[in-house]
Write a protein that binds this ligand. Structure first.
Ligand code: ADP
Ligand code: MG
Length: 212
């Protein structure tokens, strides 16, 4: 067994089997450094360039923690754009293929609200969305995050650049303090340090390739 095999991690057998079928044989460097922290339940700030495999790092973490017998929103992934949210949802669904009945829902702006509200009434385990629309659902009372386990801020630097800081703060305030918070970013500007200080508990920091 290789040093960087996923099978050395404490992952559910369904996840390990599925990684084999996806031909993910080796962890990427950011997965090697971040998955042990994520699986230990600690908060994490991870910095790595595009294409380094950050989605599977947090996707495996949230799927490992997921209890598919309990049908409420257990994980929320915030993304800066609809395109990124769709890509993340697609990758999380691929990673979840061998776990029965995992419901992954995308909630993004620019899409009609009605069908989203209908889907939320049916329930979901994992929600992936953009901050503005998630905030809107919270305000309407159509989304509840009071039993959230894992909050992921993906491409956090871009989300802040796009002016989503207040929406992110409002969303965080609707989640339990006991949640695990995972923040992924290509860069680490001052604003990220600021938000991390406000919403994370003694996060571990992983930097795989310094870009700046
Ligand atoms: P990032 O979010 O860091 O930019 P992605 O999570 O989108 O990167 O991953 C980039 C590509 O690498 C995706 O196509 C994904 O399916 C693939 N990938 C991720 N992890 C692995 C792995 N361990 N082995 C093989 N392919 C992987
Ligand atoms: Mg990404």
């Amino acid at each position: 067994m290789s040093q960087h095999a996923f099978s050395q991690l404490p992952l559910k057998p369904e996840l390990l089997r599925n990684l084999e079928s996806l031909e993910y044989h080796q962890m990427t460097p950011i997965q090697q450094d971040s998955l042990p922290v994520i699986l230990s339940g600690r908060d994490l700030i991870a910095q790595g360039k595009t294409g380094s495999g950050k989605t599977a790092a947090f996707g495996l973490g949230l799927l490992q923690a997921l209890d598919n017998s309990r049908f409420h929103v257990q994980s929320l992934v915030l993304c800066p754009t609809r395109e990124l949210a769709d890509q993340v949802a697609q990758e999380v669904r691929r990673l979840a293929r061998q776990i029965p009945n995992v419901k992954v829902l995308t909630l993004c702006g620019g899409m009609p609200l009605g069908p989203q509200i209908g889907s939320l009434e049916h329930g979901a385990h994992v929600v992936v969305g953009t901050p503005g629309r998630i905030e809107e659902h919270l305000r309407k009372g159509t989304l509840r995050l009071n039993r959230l386990q894992t909050l992921v801020l993906d491409e956090a630097d871009r989300m802040l650049e796009m002016g989503f800081q207040e929406a992110v703060d409002t969303i965080v305030a609707a989640t339990p303090d006991t949640r695990q918070t995972l923040l992924f970013s290509a860069t680490y500007p001052q604003e990220i340090a600021g938000i991390a200080g406000r919403i994370m508990r003694t996060p571990e920091r992983v930097v795989v390739e310094a870009l700046h």
